[in-house]
Design a protein around this ligand. Structure first.
Ligand code: BGC
Length: 414
């Protein structure tokens, strides 16, 4: 009797474990805004079409800081999710710890080495092993504008910092909030990426954020970048503090503000609201950064579930890299494909510009990883930059103090 029930229990357990493993992927991600959720659905549906179920594990918070905290807790508890959205140095970190499954067999079969750009492979492989599947390429040096607001105030697309400040002054005089912004550390830092690039140029950005050169970090040019951040702070509305990025995008969509400086995930919000690029809204590179791109790429890391890659993980990775998915997903997400061999003619005007800018910046040596989104320096340095930038943005430091704090914080974080 006891034997029989024990056998039944074992059989039931095997069945339920088998069912969970064979049918589901658990995916941890931070795509919780309307536009992001619409893009995520493209992936969910692709997998569902293959009979693979989706256990959703959303952790809100742009830039993924909160998601990474939840991930660490899950891994510490010995229960990592099947697949996890991640950025740049975080992926390398988990890969170097040996926590990620080796995707080489699939990558070789599908020829990933030939189609994924070098700049992305640098964050998708450790010791020659593919450890994550690149979904897209975003970039952070964009501005999003409400076209009717600009037209009504006679404002042309600004291409230099001076033209930008002139446009801001015009909007302010007309009683329109010039800049929509959410006061969260990662959003302040996203703006800072573009401001540093615009103020100092490509070599300066690289010296400061990629090489972490003390002279660049402590320079007068960096002080000027902080002064420009203070100008931006002076031209956001009074309720900016703590606002989510997509609510700032909504202010531009609704004509309550002129501009938002944000990565191209913002386009997903415009599209989700039924808005058309060139008609309802404009996308352009942050003034003064026209020929450069500060990029970040979302990837899905596959956690090692104790052996080889599971068939669900392989199916997810394969779906992510398929050319048709790359176009279908990135059209909705606002990013551009993570493969160089897909035809982008189906993308809207902003997407096509994004692809063109990316290719041009890559070939002219002006493509750099985003500091704010984990592609310029490891997490400890990124977090140190966040702290200083956000403290300055909120008036805790003047620009000269911020420069000194930045030098010190980056040095301690290394
Ligand atoms: C991710 C985007 C995401 C954005 C806001 C970025 O770090 O790369 O995919 O849409 O954060 O949540």
């Amino acid at each position: 009797m006891m034997m029989k029930s024990l056998k039944m229990t074992v059989a039931a357990l095997a069945l339920s474990a088998g069912a969970a493993q064979a049918a589901d992927v658990e995916v941890l991600h931070w795509w919780t805004s309307g536009g992001e959720a619409a893009a995520l659905n493209v992936l969910k549906q692709d997998l569902e079409g293959q009979g693979i179920g989706w256990q959703d594990m959303p952790v809100a918070g742009g830039g993924g800081t909160e998601a990474m905290t939840v991930l660490r807790a899950r891994v510490t508890a010995g229960d990592p999710p099947t697949a996890v959205q991640a950025l740049g140095f975080d992926i390398l970190d988990w890969g170097n710890q040996g926590a990620l499954a080796n995707l080489n067999e699939l990558a070789a079969k599908e020829g990933w080495d030939d189609v994924v750009p070098e700049a992305l492979q640098a964050f998708a492989k450790v010791d020659g092993k593919w450890i994550s599947a690149p979904v897209n390429v975003h970039s952070t040096n964009w501005v999003w504008a409400n076209k009717s607001v600009l037209d009504a105030n006679g404002i042309a697309v600004p291409t230099t910092w001076d033209e930008f400040t002139a446009a801001v002054e015009t909007l302010k005089a007309a009683g329109v909030t010039p800049i929509a912004h959410g006061g969260q550390a990662w959003q302040d830092a996203t703006v800072f990426d573009a401001v540093v690039m615009s103020t100092g140029g490509a070599d300066f950005y690289k010296a400061a954020f990629v090489d972490l050169d003390e002279d660049a970090l402590g320079s007068d040019t960096m002080k000027e970048a902080f002064d420009r951040m203070a100008y931006i702070r002076a031209n956001v509305d009074e309720n900016f503090s703590g606002r989510d990025w997509n609510l700032a995008t909504a202010m531009v969509i609704n004509g309550e503000a002129g501009f938002q400086m944000m990565g191209d995930w913002a386009k997903g919000e415009f599209l989700n609201a039924g808005k058309v690029p060139g008609e309802d809204f404009l996308c352009f590179r942050f003034p003064g950064t026209g020929d450069t791109v500060t990029f970040n790429a979302d990837q899905f890391m596959m956690f090692d579930q104790g052996g080889t890659v599971s068939s669900e993980q392989a199916a997810l990775a394969s779906a992510i890299l398929s050319p048709s998915f790359q176009i279908a997903f990135n059209k909705v997400k606002g990013s551009v494909p993570a493969r160089t061999d897909v035809d982008g003619s189906d993308l809207d005007a902003c997407g096509q510009q994004g692809m063109k800018d990316l290719a041009a910046a890559a070939s002219s040596g002006k493509l750099f990883g985003s500091m704010a989104h984990g592609h310029a320096a490891p997490a400890a340095v990124k977090n140190a930059v966040y702290d200083v930038v956000t403290a300055h943005f909120n008036g805790e430091y003047d620009s000269a103090t911020a420069v000194q704090e930045l030098v010190d914080a980056v040095s301690i974080a290394q």
